[in-house]
Design a binder for this molecule. Structure first.
Ligand code: ADP
Ligand code: ZN
Length: 606
């Protein structure tokens, strides 16, 4: 462990392991197969990169996309770790050079695509070199139950057959047990160490609001992050084009991305984003895989996604560097109808599953409970119970009805009067006192609960019903979505329980600014002008080296530099994210910059 810690400090300039990193690295050192599940930004790469430096032999890393590979290789080279990849973009001569380096034992890590690794030629080649282990990145690609199934991953089974003595380690952010089991089985892992990290992303601030004036809602988010990177997801290609054009017209550097665009244009736009030439990408779900940009400060959904799995995945692209980032979801009930319609020609059982999934995201949107909690519980993890301090519900930004218990009792008793035989829409209609033909013909206009909520409109009552479902007071029976009482729902009738119901006030995004509670900490004491100067320096440096800016330094490191304003090598070396190699490569430039900046400031103030 001490050796690993020393490597972490020397090459990456980090002091501490993140949760489960030490355990995952230990499995690598022990040469025991492993499956490591960590949330996005949890630091999976270091789990194999650090041991690769501590062990004998070559670490072979499997990665599904060239962009992911080159990103990691660039980042490792900047840290001074001898690394290479072999992919289709290399010339024959370059490929030969890498092979020579491998044979000479000069490389610590080698990145390959699954299809290249599993060719007879590569397997033959690797059987002649000492190997440390195989690391399978994005291992969920092996499972049909994951969201990015790639048949090429199936061929990786050959690794255990050809190299029975070499450990295989699998890494993913997808936590469902089914996917995890698939990984173990398909790779043929032997008694693997299974390490599953927490699902929560504490640095993400979640909010869900009804869509109102969407442009205004979006603009208010962007204005909170001038010049910072953000992602906006739309449901349809046409929405992407339209919104992007509107943002550009407002003077923002936004680019579109969807599957209907020519490949070259899509690639250009992606690069512009990665290299900070564009600050905003407006995209459909086609955008994301292969984007490891760590400093995305906000993700906006301009419409509800089709599942919480998709939502989690897409929000996962925010704040990978661990700094605060925001996730805004602007939904409309119409979104869910569109999704239902789009999936209606699925086979019956798949459609059923799709509806259940859709109910999950619908509950989330309409719900009044902690968003972190809702997400974590949806994925089967227990939530400690405390307020998260990072969602609209916990930050008291939601407009709550003061008399929620009484309102909830009215709703629940109406469900009882209807014999638990009707859905949310129908129940809401009875409550507002509708004389709809269906209601009159069933004599439900005679019920004592008919018209109990006549002061409110149907949309409002409908939302409350969903909120009671989300809070577990009501349950939707699966086949016809009929409302039923749960045990806690029954307690409501006796006056026990604390339901929360939201006012359907028009969205007031501006209020949300107070939710910035967590952000100041990471900006505490940061000299913002120096930060900007450092950022500019980073952009220039990155362009010269032809790497993405974040490969040079992450935002966390820049903020710390702009906080400490170091002018000596000793002070620089203490900054998180500056290892020995980067100290040597960039130390002088940074010290110059800081010294000049301080001098200019002194002149300015004297
Ligand atoms: P993942 O692949 O799990 O999404 P990464 O491996 O890309 O996450 O790591 C996310 C970010 O966290 C990277 O910028 C990485 O350098 C940083 N990081 C990883 N481990 C540590 C650590 N122990 N201390 C500080 N930063 C870390
Ligand atoms: Zn919360």
């Amino acid at each position: 462990m001490d050796a690993l810690r020393k490597i972490l400090r020397e090459y990456w300039g980090y002091e501490e392991f993140r949760p489960l990193q030490a355990e995952a690295m230990q499995a690598a050192l022990d040469e025991r197969d492993s499956v490591v599940v960590l949330p996005t930004g949890g630091g999976k790469s270091l789990c194999f990169q650090v041991p690769a430096l501590a062990m004998q032999g070559l670490a072979v890393v499997v990665s599904p996309l060239i962009s992911l590979m080159t990103d990691q290789v660039d980042a490792l080279l900047e840290c001074g770790v001898p690394t290479a990849c072999i992919n289709s973009t290399l010339t024959v001569a370059e490929r030969r050079r890498v092979a020579d380096q491998v044979r000479a034992g000069e490389l610590r890590l080698l990145y390959l695509s699954p299809e290249r690794l599993t060719t007879p030629r590569t397997l033959e080649f690797l059987s002649e070199v000492p190997l440390a282990f195989f690391a399978i990145d994005e291992a969920h690609c092996i499972s049909e139950w994951g969201h990015d199934f790639r048949p090429e991953y199936r061929a990786l089974k050959v690794l255990k057959e050809r190299f029975p003595a070499v450990a295989v380690h699998a890494y993913t952010a997808t936590a469902t047990p089914r996917v995890r089991d698939d990984i173990v089985r398909e790779l043929g892992l032997a008694d693997p160490a299974v390490l599953v990290g927490g699902f929560d992303r504490p640095n993400l601030l979640y909010r869900a609001q009804r869509r109102g004036d969407l442009r205004r809602q979006i603009r208010q988010v962007i204005e909170r992050h001038p010049g910072e990177s953000g992602l906006i997801y739309c449901m349809r290609r046409a929405d992407v084009e339209e919104l992007c054009a509107a943002l550009v017209a407002e003077g923002l550097r936004a680019v579109p991305y969807h599957a209907g665009m020519p490949d070259a244009e899509r690639r250009d736009n992606q690069r512009a984003f990665v290299e900070d030439r564009a600050e905003i990408v407006v995209a459909t779900v086609a955008f994301g895989m292969g984007i490891d940009k760590p400093d995305v400060r906000y993700v906006i959904h301009a419409a509800a996604p089709k599942s919480l799995e998709a939502y989690q995945q897409e929000c996962g692209r925010a704040g990978r560097d661990g700094l605060p980032a925001e996730c805004w979801l602007f939904y409309s009930p119409a979104d869910f109808q569109i999704w239902r319609k789009l999936q209606s020609n699925l086979p019956a059982d798949a459609y059923e599953a799709a509806l259940a999934t859709l109910a999950g995201i619908e509950n989330y949107c309409r719900g009044a409970t902690c968003r972190h909690r809702a997400l974590v519980e949806y994925f089967g993890e227990a939530w400690p119970g405390a307020s998260c301090g990072a969602c609209d519900a916990c930050l008291d930004e939601l407009d709550e009805m003061p008399d929620a218990l009484v309102l909830a009792q009215k709703i629940v008793s109406c469900v009882v009067r209807l014999g638990e035989g009707y859905g949310g829409d129908y129940t809401a209609q009875v409550l507002i006192g509708s004389h709809d033909e269906r209601i009159v013909s069933r004599r439900h206009d005679q019920l004592s609960t008919h018209g109990l909520l006549a002061d409110f409109d149907k949309r409002q009552v409908r939302d409350w019903i969903e909120q009671l479902v989300a809070q577990g007071f009501l349950n939707k029976e699966s086949e016809y979505r009929r409302l039923q009482l749960t045990a806690t729902g029954r307690e409501l009738l006796r006056g026990d329980g604390q339901p929360r119901l939201l006012q359907a006030a028009p969205p007031r995004t501006a209020r949300a600014a107070k939710g910035d509670r967590r952000d100041p900490a990471s900006w505490d004491g940061v000299d913002r002008r120096l930060f900007e100067a450092l950022r500019q320096w980073r952009t220039t440096e990155a362009r010269e080296r032809e790497v993405p800016p974040y490969v040079i330094f992450g935002d966390a490191t820049l903020r710390e530099l702009a906080r400490l304003r170091p002018t000596s090598y000793e002070a620089l070396a203490r900054v998180r994210g500056i290892g020995q190699h980067k100290l040597a490569a960039f130390g002088d430039a940074i010290i110059d910059l800081v010294v000049n900046y301080r001098r200019a400031q002194d002149v300015g103030t004297s």
